[in-house]
Design a protein around this ligand. Structure first.
Ligand SMILES: [Zn+2]
Length: 249
C-alpha cells in the first residue's frame, strides 16, 4: 500500500501520479518494484489494469499473485514458463503416488489388504497393530519373568536338598534373593523391618551362603558394591542367580 508521498511500484515504474483510486497500489507496494516490472513486461500494464478492474476486490490479490508468479516463471523459462514447473511437479507427484502405492503393497504383506485403504484408515490400523504387538511383547516378558522365577525356585529347592537344617522362608512374588549376603551386612544396609534368614553352607568347596531378604521392590535397594564384594568372597564358584527377582516357595 502506497503512502500519499510514495507512489506504488506501478505508478513509479510508469512515471505517473499515484492517486487514491490507483488499481495497482494495494498489490504493488513501492518496496517490491521487480514484481510490477515482471508483470508489465509479460502481460502489459494496461491488460493487468483491465483484468483487475473486472474482478471483485477480494479476488484481486490472488490474481496479482498468480500473474506475478507466471510472469517470473516466463522470464526464467521463456519457452515453457510456469507450465514447465507444473509439468515437473506433476511428474514428481506421480512418482510419489507410485512410491506410496508400492509402500502400501509391502505393508499389506504384514497387516493384510486393509493397507491399501486411504491413508488415514491405514494409519489407524497400523496403530492398532502396534498396540497389539506391544501387548503381546509385554505378555511374553511377563512369561519370561515367571520362567526365571520358577528356575530360581528350582535352585532354592536344590540348595535345600543339601542342607535340611536351613529353612527357606518366602512370602510372595515381589521378593529379592541376594546370594551370599551376610546377615550382619544386610542388617546394616536395610531397615530393621527386613527379615534375613541365611542359608547354611554345604560341606563341599562351594561354601555358598544365601540369604532371603523380604524386600518390597519400592523400598531401598542394597548397596551393589558391598553386595558384589560379599558375593565374590563367599561364592568363588559363581552363581548367576544372585540378585535375581522373584523367589518364593
Ligand atoms: Zn499507483
Amino acid at each position: 500500500m502506497s503512502t500519499p508521498n510514495s507512489p506504488c511500484a506501478a505508478c513509479k515504474f510508469l512515471r505517473r501520479k499515484c492517486t487514491q483510486e490507483c488499481v495497482f497500489a494495494p498489490y504493488f507496494p513501492p518496496d517490491q518494484p521487480q514484481k510490477f516490472a515482471n508483470v508489465h513486461r509479460v502481460f502489459g500494464a494496461s491488460n493487468v489494469a483491465k483484468l483487475l478492474n473486472e474482478l471483485n476486490t477480494v479476488q484481486r490479490e490472488d490474481a496479482v499473485n498468480s500473474l506475478a508468479y507466471e510472469a517470473e516463471a516466463r522470464l526464467r523459462d521463456p519457452v515453457y514458463g510456469c507450465v514447465g514447473l507444473i509439468s515437473i511437479l506433476q511428474h514428481r507427484l506421480k512418482e510419489l503416488q507410485s512410491d506410496l502405492y508400492n509402500a502400501k503393497k509391502e505393508l499389506a504383506q504384514y497387516i493384510g489388504p486393509q493397507a491399501m485403504l486411504p491413508t488415514l484408515q491405514t494409519k489407524r490400523i497400523c496403530l492398532r497393530r502396534i498396540w497389539q504387538f506391544a501387548a503381546a511383547l509385554a505378555a511374553r516378558e511377563h512369561q519370561d519373568m515367571f520362567r526365571a522365577y520358577e528356575q530360581q525356585q528350582e535352585i532354592v529347592r536344590f540348595n535345600r536338598g543339601f542342607d535340611i537344617s536351613d529353612t527357606v522362608t518366602t512370602t510372595g512374588f515381589n521378593q529379592i534373593t541376594v546370594a551370599a549376603m551376610s546377615p550382619s551386612l544386610a542388617l546394616g544396609s536395610f531397615d530393621t523391618s527386613y527379615q534375613v534368614q541365611p542359608q547354611q553352607v554345604d560341606h563341599h568347596q562351594h561354601h555358598q551362603l544365601q540369604a532371603q531378604l523380604f524386600l518390597q521392590p519400592q523400598q531401598a535397594q542394597p548397596q551393589p558394591h558391598e553386595q558384589q564384594q560379599t558375593q565374590q568372597q563367599h561364592q568363588p564358584s559363581g552363581s548367576d542367580e544372585g540378585g535375581s527377582i522373584g523367589p518364593s516357595c
